[in-house]
Design a protein around this ligand. Sequence first.
Ligand code: PAF
Length: 283
Amino acid sequence: MQLIHTKNKLRTFVREARAQGKTIGFVPTMGYLHAGHGSLIQTARKQNDVVVVSVFVNPTQFGPNEDLSAYPRDAERDLALMRTHGADVAFFPNVEEIYPAGFTTYVEVQGPMTATLCGRSRPGHFRGVATVVTKLFHMAAPDRAYFGQKDAQQVAVIQQMTRDLDFDLQIVVCPTLREPDGLAMSSRNVYLSTAERAQAPTISKALFEAEAMIQKGERTVAAVSQHIQKKLQTMPGAAIDYISIVDARTLADLETLHSTVLIAVAVKLGRTRLIDNIRVDVS
Ligand code: PAF
C-alpha cells in the first residue's frame, strides 16, 4: 500500500493506473476507521482494480461549537485497517493541501434536502461535505465512490450533487454496520461513557420497533414518530435533536407512509451526538 500526502502524487498514481486500463474505487473517510469503513473498503476491493482510501478531518463541515479539535485520530491504526482490507493507496492530505491560502469556492446543494434533519441543527455542515467531496472526487477521479447508509442524508446530498455537477462516477451505498447490541458503528461512539454506551442501543431498538409497526400496517407518520419518541425518552439524560420520517430519495416530509421511507433520528447522549436511520419499503 502506498502512503500519499499530496494531490499531485495522487493524480499521478491515478493517471498511471488509468493508462493501464484499471478502474478506481474510492472510499473517503475522516479516519478513526472501524469495521463499517472496513466493509466499504472490502466492497470497493471486490468491484475495482485499485482502491484509494482518504483520511481527512474536514474542518469546513464542523460548526464553531462542534468537535473538530477533539475528533478522534489514529493514523497508525487506520493504516493497519486499510492494509488488512486491501487498500492500494492511503491518501492523507493536510489542511493546506485541501484548503490552500486564498481558498474561497464552496459547493452547496440547496433546498429542503440540506435544510432538514442534520442540516437544521448543523448549518453549513453539508456545504463543507459537498465541497470536500467535490475536491476529493477531482483528485481521485474514481469510477466508483463508497459511502455508508448510516449517513443517509450525506448520501442523498452527494447523490444529488453527483447528478447536478455531472460527475462521471457511480455512488455505491453500503449497509450500516452495527455492534452486536444494535448500536450503529461510528467513530464518535468512542466519546460515550460506560453508562451512555449501555443506553445507546435504545436508538436502534426504537427504529426497529418503528419498522415492525409499519410492517404490521401502521401508515400514519405521527403514530410511528410518537412511538420512537416514547422509546428514546426512556434514556435518562438523552436530548432528542430530531425524529424524521421522510421520502428516502428526496428527504421531503410525508404525511402518510408510502413507497420507500427513511426513518432518521439524532440524539445527544451527554456530549455525543448520535445519528441512526433505517429505510423501510412500504408496500
Ligand atoms: O462521512 C465522512 O466521513 C465525511 O463526511 C466525508 C464523506 C469523508 C467528507 O469529509
